[in-house]
Ligand binder design. Structure first.
Ligand code: ATP
Length: 242
C-alpha cells in the first residue's frame, strides 16, 4: 500500500536518508526503530510532504507522493501525528480539531455539520478532550496533547496515520493508553506507520519492523525475527530481557 523506494533526503550537505526502501501493508502496524539521528523524523517528514526528497519514490495505493506538498499528501489519506505533538498551543482544543479538518472547508451548512459531528466523535473517543474543549491546547498535559494530536490527525479521515514517537516523554500509564489507542485505531481499519523507541511496547502492536541507522535500513523483519536479532535485542529490548 505504502511503498518507499530508494528514498534519499538531505539537509544541504547532510544526507539524512540514503536510499531507504520499505513498505507498509494495508491494515498493518509497521514500526520503525532507530537511534537518535537515524533519520526517522526525516523519513516521516519526507512521506508527509513536509520535506522534498532528492531521489527515490513514495507510492501510496499506486500514486506517486514524492513531489506533492503536505496538503497534497494529506488529501490522499496520509496524516502525520508529529513528534512532540505540536498542537497549536494558543488555540483551544476545539479549534485544534477544526484545524485538522482544514481540507474540508466549512463553506456549506452540510460541511459544518459534518465537521461538528466528527469533533463530537473525537470527544466520544477521547472524553478528556470534550471536557477541555474550550481550553488552550498549550495548557493540556503531555498525554492529553498526544490524544489531541491523534484526534487532530483523525479529523482528516486518514487511511494511514504516520505517528512519530507518540510515547516520548509520557509516563508509563499514559504510554499504555497511547498504545491501546493505536491498537484500537488499527482494529478499526486504519493502517499505521509508527516511529517508536519503545520496542517492547511496539512489539505489542506491530506486524513488521524496520531498523533505521545512519539513514539506511539496517534490519527488516517480523516481531519474531526482531526478538531473535542480537543487535536489536541488546539495543532495544535489553530492559525487557533483564
Ligand atoms: P530522533 O530520534 O533524535 O528524533 P531521528 O531518527 O528522527 O532522531 P532526524 O531528526 O530525522 O533523526 O535527523 C537525521 C539527521 O539529519 C541527523 O543527523 C540530524 O542532525 C540531521 N538533521 C535533522 N534536521 C536537520 C535540519 N533541519 N538541518 C540540518 N540537519 C538536520
Amino acid at each position: 500500500m505504502l511503498e518507499v523506494t530508494r528514498l534519499s533526503t538531505a539537509y544541504g550537505l547532510i544526507k539524512a536518508l540514503d536510499g531507504v526502501s520499505l513498505s507498509a501493508q494495508t491494515g498493518a502496524v509497521t514500526c520503525i526503530l532507530g537511534p537518535n539521528g537515524a533519520g526517522k523524523t526525516t523519513l516521516m517528514f519526507s512521506i508527509a510532504g513536509i520535506l522534498r526528497p532528492e531521489a527515490g519514490s513514495i507510492q501510496f495505493d499506486g500514486i506517486e507522493l514524492s513531489r506533492l506538498d503536505a496538503p497534497g499528501v494529506l488529501k490522499h489519506g496520509l496524516a502525520l501525528v508529529p513528534e512532540n505533538r505540536l498542537v497549536f498551543p494558543l488555540m483551544s482544543v476545539r479549534e485544534n480539531l477544526q484545524a485538522g479538518a482544514y481540507l474540508r472547508p466549512a463553506s456549506t451548512p452540510a460541511a459544518v455539520r459534518e465537521i461538528t459531528e466528527d469533533i463530537e466523535k473525537m470527544y466520544a473517543r477521547f472524553p478528556v478532550l470534550g471536557e477541555r474543549a474550550g481550553q488552550n491546547a498549550g495548557t493540556l498535559s503531555g498525554g492529553e496533547q498526544q490524544m489531541l494530536a491523534v484526534a487532530r490527525a483523525l479529523m482528516s479521515r486518514p487511511k494511514i496515520l504516520l505517528m512519530d514517537e507518540p510515547s516520548v516523554g509520557l509516563s508509563p500509564l499514559i504510554v499504555d493508553e497511547i498504545f491501546s489507542i493505536i491498537a484500537q485505531l488499527n482494529r478499526e481499519g486504519i493502517s499505521i506507520l509508527l516511529v517508536e523507541q519503545n520496542a517492547a511496547k511496539a512489539l505489542q502492536v506491530a506486524d513488521h519492523f524496520y531498523l533505521l541507522d545512519h539513514g539506511r535500513v539496517a534490519f527488516s523483519g517480523t516481531p519474531g525475527e526482531m526478538e531473535n536479532d542480537d543487535v536489536i535485542q541488546r539495543a532495544y529490548l535489553g530492559d525487557r530481557a533483564a
